[in-house]
Design a protein around this ligand. Structure first.
Ligand code: A3P
Ligand code: MG
Ligand code: MG
Length: 366
């Protein structure tokens, strides 16, 4: 095969009943510290504590913003390291748990899930098949660079707002241990430098239709203490988001059509049950915070014209993955395929890219 494509449009063929989606289970977690050093533990996990809406200025500290080096695209190596690490430290040696058809970051799966409703954000992925597993990694393009780093001073500031909201809504100990509004944790969070090197990531295993997936995902925070049992950890995770206050009917339409789709897909995939949204004004002050149960998000848009349907996303992704497994067949850690989704957003193309640019670094070939 040199090139092959999977047709997305018209999307009505993805209606019908949903494919099976198994509840994701955490199989491990890891952290990156402020210097971007990888640790196989949850040292960077944060706890949710509501932001102070009397003083929730998302621009505060912008001049000290430390944004991670590189393209903003995450190589897959730390995820593979984490899977290898948890597998080697699992005393029960349940090898099946670590087997998957697809391995990638949650962001890549979110892009795929949203593709039926995406008419303006192109993306490109690299894929390498090795030992029955396809490893997927996002490729940097001009558009993704712009999206991650901003294409104007205002856009850059708005990207900061999203990260600042995370600092203003999280603390380093469970919220139940805060007894006073003067607790240093609450005072200090406003002054914590926003540093996107720092991350807490969860690695989860799940199945969509016939496809077993292992994905890594950044988790913004946890509601209270982390359950000892890894199986249950996901139940306490929270995704934080910011969005413009809904003032005009167009704001509500954009929020429901574009933002809620992404919020739902991103959190549903990894089983995060709650999304907490900070609604901000045009000057970057959060005025209102609202909690959404991930599983209830689709109900908000159900039956409204021009919206989206989670069943279409899941059926599409499930059928696309079945097809992908049938076209990515060269089992070679040095080879790669390119998967692209571009204007006019009708189909996803897969092309064998040959030897080189492999998603797998030499050191991961065992
Ligand atoms: P918002 O989503 O609140 O705007 P995440 O919500 O996925 O944890 O990401 C945290 C913040 O990172 C986002 O906050 C946004 O500011 C920034 N961010 C994440 N993905 C981005 C992207 N593709 N383009 C631009 N900014 C992004
Ligand atoms: Mg995040
Ligand atoms: Mg977030």
């Amino acid at each position: 095969m040199l090139q092959s494509s999977f047709l997305i449009q018209p999307i009505k063929r993805f209606n019908g009943s949903s494919p099976i989606y198994k509840k994701p289970v955490e199989i491990g977690n890891f952290s990156y510290d402020e210097q971007r050093v990888l640790h196989m533990d949850d040292r960077e996990m944060k706890y949710y504590h509501p932001p102070d809406l009397n003083n929730c200025d998302l621009s505060h500290g912008y001049e000290t913003f430390i944004q991670r080096d590189g393209s903003g695209i995450e190589p897959i190596h730390s995820l593979i390291d984490a899977i290898e690490y948890v597998k080697s430290s699992d005393n029960n040696k349940n090898d099946n748990l670590y087997r998957a058809d697809l391995v990638s970051w949650r962001g890549v799966f979110t892009k795929i899930l949203c593709a039926p409703y995406n008419k303006n954000e192109p993306w490109e992925l690299g894929a390498t098949l090795w030992n029955d597993t396809i490893f997927l990694e996002e490729h940097e393009t001009e558009q993704t660079k712009e999206r991650n780093f901003g294409n104007s001073p205002r856009h850059k500031l708005m990207i900061y707002w999203g990260y600042k909201f995370e600092n203003l809504s999280t603390i380093n100990k469970p919220s139940s241990q805060i007894n006073s509004p003067n607790d240093p944790e609450l005072i200090n969070r406003k002054f914590t430098v926003v540093n996107t090197n720092t991350q807490f990531c969860s690695v989860a295993k799940t199945t969509l239709g016939n496809t077993r997936m292992i994905m890594g995902a950044e988790v913004d925070c946890i509601s209270d203490t982390k359950p000892k049992d890894l199986d249950k950890s996901v139940d306490n995770y929270i995704e934080l988001k910011t969005t413009k206050l809904l003032e005009k009917s167009k704001d509500t339409y954009n929020f429901e059509r574009y933002k809620l789709l992404k919020f739902w897909a991103q959190s549903f995939l990894i089983g995060i049950p709650k999304v907490i949204v900070g609604f901000r004004d045009d000057n970057g002050f959060v005025k209102q915070v609202k909690e959404y149960k991930t599983l209830e998000i689709p109900r908000i848009v159900r039956g409204k014209s021009g919206m989206w349907d989670p069943t279409v996303c899941l059926n599409f992704a499930s059928q696309f993955f079945d097809w992908l497994k049938s076209v990515i067949v060269i089992n070679d850690p040095k080879s790669s395929y390119t998967i692209s989704f571009n204007h006019p957003f009708q189909e996803i193309k897969v092309e064998y890219a040959g030897i080189g640019n492999s998603v797998l670094a030499e050191r991961h070939i065992k």
